[in-house]
Write a protein that binds this ligand. Structure first.
Ligand code: CA
Length: 230
């Protein structure tokens, strides 16, 4: 089945260029010229991936992302934010809203496709066991669900992959760079502090149901999932 990608971009020339190149790569493309249309299209046909422009008429890219994350069908859809130069100081805020990655305009198609491929690889990893358990944390990879002490934990897609990776190697300490390579992909440029942002969100979600903090911060080394605490 062709993966379905939703492109929300109000610059017509760029939208058409994206559509042309994405279709050439085998995607089914839906185009939205503003945020409102993007939300309607996503509801009609939930996409496998979303490219959303930061500055969109009617509903902003950030708001589109937040609303997609709030809906069950699109809660875990990979979202790449397209930002213009000058908006870069807001990058981390962009990730805070739930986007998985961002590309700064003007970008080359080669750069964009490297990001898309990395994200697609992450959502179709195959091979691994369907269910893993570390301490009181249980992850169901097929249902895309996480429970701690029997209670459902709600995670964004990046936090989900981060936890998935940590659960495959409990008690092992990973540096930020190692986590970036494993979770974001080595061909994607993401700053190391982005890892801290997502670890913070993962930790908050896991601890929301009580119990000891299962994520250990190892000073100047990185992070590990502590099986005893979990
Ligand atoms: Ca725009």
């Amino acid at each position: 089945m062709q993966p379905h990608i939703l492109v929300a971009e109000d610059e017509d020339a760029l939208a058409l260029l994206l559509q042309y190149n994405l279709e050439k790569e085998g995607f089914r493309v839906s185009l939205a010229g503003d945020g409102e249309e993007a939300l309607i299209l996503a509801e009609e046909s939930p996409p496998d991936m979303v490219l959303v422009d930061w500055m969109l008429p009617k509903v902003s890219g950030i708001e589109v992302t937040r609303r997609l994350r709030g809906r069950h069908e699109t809660a875990n859809v990979p979202i790449i934010m397209l930002t213009a130069r000058g908006e870069e100081t807001d990058r981390v805020r962009g990730l805070d809203t739930g986007a998985d990655d961002y590309v700064v305009k003007p970008f080359s198609m080669t750069e964009l496709f490297a990001r898309i491929r990395a994200v697609m690889r992450r959502i179709r990893p195959g091979l691994a066991d369907d269910q893993v358990r570390v301490g009181d944390i249980v992850m169901d990879r097929v249902a895309h669900r996480v429970k701690r002490a029997g209670q459902e934990i709600h995670l964004g897609p990046t936090e989900f992959r981060l936890l998935d990776y940590l659960m495959q190697h409990p008690r092992r300490v990973f540096s930020r760079e190692q986590l970036l390579d494993a979770v974001w992909g080595s061909d994607v440029y993401v700053e190391a502090r982005t890892v801290d942002v997502h670890i913070g969100r993962l930790r908050k979600a896991l601890n929301a149901v009580g119990g000891k903090d299962p994520i250990r911060t190892v000073r100047s080394a990185g992070y590990s999932l502590d099986a005893e605490s979990a």
